[in-house]
Design a protein around this ligand. Sequence first.
Ligand code: SF4
Ligand code: SF4
Length: 337
Amino acid sequence: MAAGTASVRDASDAGDHKIHVLWINAGLSCDGDSVALTSATQPSIEDIARGVLPGLPEVVFHWPLLDYECGPAGGRDDFLRWFFAAGDDELDAPFMLVVEGSIPNEKIKSEGYWAAFGNDPDTGDPIPTSDWVERLAPKALSVVAAGTCAAYGGIHAMRGNPTGAMGVADLLGWDFRTPAGMPIVNVPGCPTQPDNLSETILYLLYQATGQAPMIPLDERLRPRWLFGTTVHEACHRAAYYDQEEFAEDYNSQKCLVKIGCWGTAAKCNVPKRGWINGVGGCPNVGGICIACTMPGFPDRFMPFMDEDEPPGAHVSSRPDGAYRAMIRRLRAVTVDR
Ligand code: SF4
Ligand code: SF4
């Protein structure tokens, strides 16, 4: 598997068909997106790292989940040397930057740091994660925000937010572009659906090697083909909704809207795609949708699991008339924010 120092090459080996993936999960994060990615199947992360898919460039991952290197090497940690080299324009090939976890605001306190990644070799001080993102993003081929925390701030950015946690686009600017003209690519989810993330990385690798056009993104920088529909539009229980057959507890196979499902207002393909290898997918298997892919999650969609329906669900789930049409229009506002 191409990972870390196992794939160190001299600059003379460099070619157009090699890409480094620098993965920072040193923000505020549970590492759930990394863990989720290990169960991707379409494609699997092993397929990408081993280059078994036609046309793939050589991909060298620098990702804590794969890299086992640590300890000093030439004064810098083996794992971190790639990140320093990228910042100094000394990598032997272009790189994709993947950020997992929200980015705390280091400017809102007088001392210390919220989150850091390695130490400055000159001063010995921890290097804040926000500094790494600001240093590397302008040199990257593409920047991927993996998971809702990196995309929109997620759980750490909920009401109160003492660390000033934010998503990558909030830090760099929503109109940020890499030197290649690429916007940030958000792949939200708490955690991200495994194949959504691996497929997006695959797409960007093909785009980077001229085999795919510019990735189509929506106004929230999500891949359109993955986040173009609501949970409700693909849910196995949608027929029950239309028939006004609603679950009253979590043991029912009927529509879950009366006990808190937000599927009508969340853009996500999980009911269609399943969770692992086509199996699972929140409401398909009895879990209410808590809108974990959406900007403003979790505050906008709380409380969860209190067996209470989302606002408007009482009217929108009735088949009659004008009120239902009105709620649909209001729901569209929620979906698009
Ligand atoms: S369970 Fe949720 S997503 Fe499925 S039909 Fe009911 S409201 Fe829609
Ligand atoms: S169905 Fe809802 S809770 Fe499940 S992953 Fe999608 S947005 Fe999140």
